[in-house]
Ligand binder design. Structure first.
Ligand SMILES: [Zn+2]
Length: 308
């Protein structure tokens, strides 16, 4: 463990801590960091990060590093966590939010583990909810989202709406018959998908909060004139760093499922992978809104971040 004073760390902003995580990940060429790797290469200690963000996973999440978390495979470092602990954490989150059912997004925000770990362990989010005695939501549950995520994956690989006979492995991770079982027909699945991506996102406008000491205080008339109190800026509530399914689909569709810099697309360039990039980097205050997002191929995207 690195020696460091506990107090002075407070002078570092969240984004400085986050930037440092990113820097180390970039240096090591990884999108995931262990605490040990960070301690060896980082400016701060992993404990500073943990303290600031609540847990190591949350720190990684802030830095957008935990790509394994929402991926299909789940998070390899969480495979040994007992089922009971996973379920208890789901229940804890539900209780905290005072809800009978929780979504994947809610869990990812408040949970201790990755939702993918839980989905993998219980064979689906609904199964996990059942095991945790939580209610199964009705409108769109996690398994809907898994189906939609897969449609997005195939859609962007083809650069257009996938056809029934194209929903096959390895391109499609889910079987066409499972779509039929769930939605009735492939057409209906597509309709549901479009309905889903066209839904408005929950409002994410930054909340403006007035710090207590900035509010006019009731002062007796005779009191000495108030000195201006330096107002500490409160960190604004920000959008999530990672674009959600809806945003990713809309941005890629807007950009024609092509890299807007070099024009590469998975449909024409095998091996090409499309990324969603922040025009103004999130770490520099750029928000995750469609106007600040664009489609880049992995080459252009990585070339870009190396130059920075
Ligand atoms: Zn490109």
């Amino acid at each position: 463990m690195k020696f460091e004073l506990t107090e002075p760390n407070k002078q570092y902003s969240d984004s400085e801590l986050i930037d440092d995580l990113e820097l180390v990940a970039q240096k090591l060429g990884k999108n995931w960091l262990t605490q040990r790797e960070y301690d060896k290469n980082g400016t701060f200690s992993y404990q500073t990060q943990k303290k600031r963000f609540g847990s190591w996973l949350k720190a990684l999440d802030k830095a957008g590093l935990e790509q394994g978390k929402r991926s299909w495979g789940g998070n390899y470092s969480e495979t040994s966590i007992p089922e009971k602990q996973l379920l208890e954490d789901m229940q804890r989150v539900a209780k905290k939010l005072n809800k009978k059912a929780i979504t994947i997004a809610e869990y990812d925000k408040h949970g201790q583990f990755g939702s993918a770990t839980i989905i993998k362990r219980f064979g689906g989010w609904n199964n996990a909810k059942k095991a945790a005695d939580l209610k199964i939501g009705r409108l769109y549950n996690s398994s809907d989202e898994d189906y939609f995520e897969n449609i997005l994956h195939v859609w962007q690989a083809l650069g257009r709406q996938p056809k029934y006979q194209e929903m096959i492995a390895p391109l499609s991770k889910l079987n066409i018959s499972s779509y039929e079982r769930k939605f009735g027909t492939w057409r209906k699945a597509l309709e549901k998908f479009v309905e889903y991506v066209n839904l408005k996102d929950e409002p994410q406008e930054p909340k403006v909060t007035i710090p207590n000491h900035a509010k006019p205080a009731i002062v007796h008339q005779k009191a000495t004139p108030l000195k201006p109190v330096p107002i500490k800026e409160k960190p604004k509530k920000r959008t999530n760093r990672i674009a959600n399914l809806r945003q990713r689909f809309r941005v890629m569709k807007r950009d024609g499922f092509k890299c807007i810099l070099c024009g590469a697309s998975p449909a024409t360039n095998p091996g090409c992978e499309l990324h969603i990039d922040h025009i103004i980097p999130w770490s520099k205050g750029g928000e995750t809104i469609e106007g600040n997002l664009r489609t880049l191929c992995s080459n252009c995207n990585l070339g870009r971040s190396n130059k920075e």
